[in-house]
Design a protein around this ligand. Structure first.
Ligand code: SF4
Ligand code: MG
Length: 315
């Protein structure tokens, strides 16, 4: 029995030659219902673009997005609407994405009323329920965004997304702007909501340790390509790809007062002009001659673990 209900992203990167930025070439990612996929990479690696394509904000440059087993570009009428409401996005900066002149009741309640999910006369009650669900005091619904803290504003953003009864939420650096202690609270909220509402998340972050807290599987992206995809534990215990291994070494040690970083050597090359062959070769400690000319394909290297590196052919 193959359940394609939650297959939201299947982006194949063929024929990108005319694109200005090859932001999401070669991404082929199936997301199952109720799953949390973390997408990790340095800024400029194309992970935000991937999130925007999945949530329909940007059209795919190549390949396509499937939602509940169907290509999104073929969806019309009620199916199109189900996709548009069913996949919601939460951004890094809640303040920038909340209209400063709207009261929280409108910010959260406007869209569900407009889409007929809630009757106008039930809006106040609906908004109050959502505010409580995300840990906000429902009696503050007549306030404006600037009257809330950063963490509370992100909760407003989450309530606004939940108001449309989504099944998939794309979180793009959703906790990056928050203090570390607040980050943990918001991550806990994401966890709780996932269990409560059976949500599927695409959790995009430059921070592997943030992603590892919440994700079942992690996709590591480098210059627009997924270079490794595996269950989170596997990534931490036996990462295969040299770039993933370098990212893990960069994680600060958890002992307080001993934050040691081992930066990956070299700059991130321009995504406008990625290196030939394996795009990681100028920075890779294991690069071989063929790495400069031949692009490694994403292949299974262990059960459930995919990696794109020529070292796997060497033995
Ligand atoms: Fe390094 Fe070559 Fe593997 Fe790329 S393919 S990660 S350059 S060893
Ligand atoms: Mg980004």
């Amino acid at each position: 029995h193959v359940d394609l209900a939650g297959r939201i992203a299947n982006l194949l990167g063929a024929g990108l030659k005319t694109q200005v930025v090859h932001a999401v070439a070669g991404v082929d990612l199936d997301v199952m219902p109720g799953e949390v996929i973390g997408i990790v990479g340095e800024s400029g690696c194309g992970k935000s673009t991937l999130g925007r394509i999945v949530s329909g904000i940007l059209p795919p440059t190549a390949g396509e997005v499937h939602y509940r087993g169907k290509p999104v570009r073929e969806l019309t009428g009620p199916q199109r609407r189900a996709y548009e409401l069913g996949v919601q996005m939460i951004f890094q900066d809640p303040y920038a994405s909340l209209n400063p002149r709207m009261r929280v009741r409108e910010i959260i309640g406007e869209a569900p009323v407009a889409h007929g999910l809630v009757r106008a006369r039930d809006k106040a009650e609906y908004v109050a329920g959502l505010m409580r669900q995300v840990g906000l005091d429902a009696s503050f619904s007549q306030r404006y965004p600037h009257q809330f803290s950063g963490g509370q504003r992100q909760r407003i953003g989450i309530a606004r997304a939940l108001a449309l009864k989504p099944s998939v939420i794309v979180c793009d650096e959703a906790v990056a702007a928050l203090d570390v202690s607040i980050q943990a609270q918001v991550l806990n909220l994401f966890e709780a909501l996932r269990a409560e509402l059976d949500l599927t998340y695409l959790f995009i972050s430059h921070n592997l340790s943030v992603v590892s807290h919440i994700s079942d599987r992690v996709a590591i992206m480098y210059l627009g390509r997924v270079v490794e995809l595996a269950p989170t534990d596997t990534v931490f215990r036996h990462a295969n790809h040299p770039y993933t291994q370098a990212l893990l070494k960069e994680l600060p040690t958890l002992k307080p007062g001993r934050r040691t970083y081992l930066p990956i050597k070299g700059e991130l090359p321009s995504p406008l002009d990625p290196p030939t062959g394996c795009a990681f070769h100028p920075r890779c400690p294991h690069a071989m001659p063929r790495c400069k000319t031949e692009r490694p394909l994403l292949k299974e290297v262990a059960p459930e673990q995919l990696s794109a590196c020529h070292l796997n052919d060497a033995a």
